[in-house]
Write a protein that binds this ligand. Structure first.
Ligand SMILES: [Zn+2]
Length: 395
């Protein structure tokens, strides 16, 4: 006798031999075969709401970039401890470099290898951006044409592999969280927060571009952390989100994200992390204190490893929030800092009254990396950097 799995066969039968039957199993197996037969060059039009192994993830990213090669490309930011690629995908109208006045944003998933929902959502998001762009979706076309979006679906593929081996049913709260050296990547960044607190009473102390202390390099620096630090330093990101799971943020203390976080709020709220709990060496603090980038940490839900049946509903629940978050990068002011003769000023800083954080224009090294012609004009300034004082921020 076969018994439909959704009637909760554990409750009715003592063991498998009594005939538990999952009617979706053959279908899933067929999907799996079809999925593994796809070559990396073959354009994908199907979003598969199932977990992806690391190999499948790379394949999806490469196929998506191939399908949308005029607006997308994949690139590696480095390797994990066990040598797996940290493969990012980029979406913009001219992939490969920074463009003047196009803000850069990044989305990072799976920093904790056993928090897997963010990784899946980002894979769906990449495929969604590509296919909607091709289908002529105005909103997506505007977003992609005016923004440079970087997606790193998995920052910890080694940890994921361990967590996935246990799967949804068995995975506890710790297996696969750390990298292969047992380092928690969200505690492994330079602790700039302590430097900030130590110096906060010094009158002219600025809370931006705090240098990495030499002592940091004497400790264990994970290759994943190192790769992400290099990435953060080489691309002028403005905004970022790191997707986690396993904790539903309790009450909405909304600051900054009140326009873009509508759906995140519905799914649990946004809280000022410092009011919740604090820890040294986090990635978000490093983004903010070492560069111009504001990163939020998103806790997607209570379950670190939801069942596959949850993936599609979770995508529907979070899609709008992800899109609004990316669109929100266009808030505030943007512009070009020039001298009286119209030359761009290299390394200019912008101060905002009342905030002890300055914003710095891209460095020359970042410029060279961006390989963009028109920008060189901007940074061809002959004068020393000068300070601008803005009396208000529009946001
Ligand atoms: Zn986490």
């Amino acid at each position: 006798m076969a018994w439909p799995y959704f009637l909760d066969c554990d409750r009715f039968f003592a063991g498998e031999q009594e005939g538990c039957h999952d009617p979706l199993a053959p279908l899933r197996a067929r999907h799996e075969v079809a999925f593994s037969n796809l070559s990396p060059d073959e354009p994908s039009t199907i979003i598969q709401f199932a977990y992806h192994s690391n190999a499948q993830m790379y394949s999806v990213l490469k196929r998506t970039a191939a399908k949308c090669s005029h607006i997308s490309r994949t690139y590696s930011i480095g390797r994990s401890t066990e040598g797996k690629d940290l493969l990012a995908i980029e979406f913009t109208d001219n992939p490969g470099g920074h463009e003047l006045l196009e803000p850069e944003i990044k989305l990072v998933g799976n920093m904790h290898g056993n928090e897997v929902l963010g990784r899946q959502l980002l894979l769906y998001l990449a495929q969604y951006l590509c296919s909607e762009y091709l289908l002529g979706n105005q909103r997506i076309q505007t977003l992609v044409n005016t923004t440079r979006i970087h997606i790193l679906a998995s920052m910890n593929p080694d940890g994921y592999e361990l967590a996935a081996a246990e799967g949804h049913e068995l995975n506890g709260w710790t297996v696969g969280r750390t990298n292969a050296q047992n380092l928690d990547l969200n505690r492994n960044f330079p602790d700039l927060t302590s430097i900030l607190y130590r110096n906060r009473r010094i009158k002219r102390f600025r809370t931006d571009h705090i240098p990495i202390p030499d002592s940091y390099w004497f400790g264990k620096v994970a290759s994943e952390t190192y790769a992400v630090m290099k990435w953060i330093r080489s691309v002028p990101f403005v905004q970022s989100a790191s997707l986690h799971g396993g904790e539903l943020v309790p009450c909405p203390v909304i600051h900054l994200m009140n326009r873009c976080g509508a759906s995140f709020i519905r799914s649990g709220g946004i809280i000022n992390g410092a009011l919740w709990y604090s820890f040294p060496g986090g990635m978000s603090d490093f983004n903010y204190l070492h560069t111009n980038c504001l990163e939020i940490t998103v806790e997607l839900g209570c379950d670190k490893f939801p069942s596959e049946e949850e993936l599609y509903p979770e995508w529907l629940r979070n899609k709008e929030a992800l899109l609004s978050f990316m669109e929100s990068v266009h808030r505030g002011i943007k512009g070009v800092v020039m001298d009286e003769e119209g030359y761009g000023i290299k390394g200019a800083s912008i101060s905002v009254r009342g905030i002890r954080k300055d914003f710095r224009i891209m460095s020359a090294a970042q410029m060279a990396a961006s390989e963009q012609g028109p920008l060189l004009e901007l940074y061809g300034g002959r004068k020393e950097p000068k300070w601008l004082l803005l009396s208000r921020v529009l946001c």
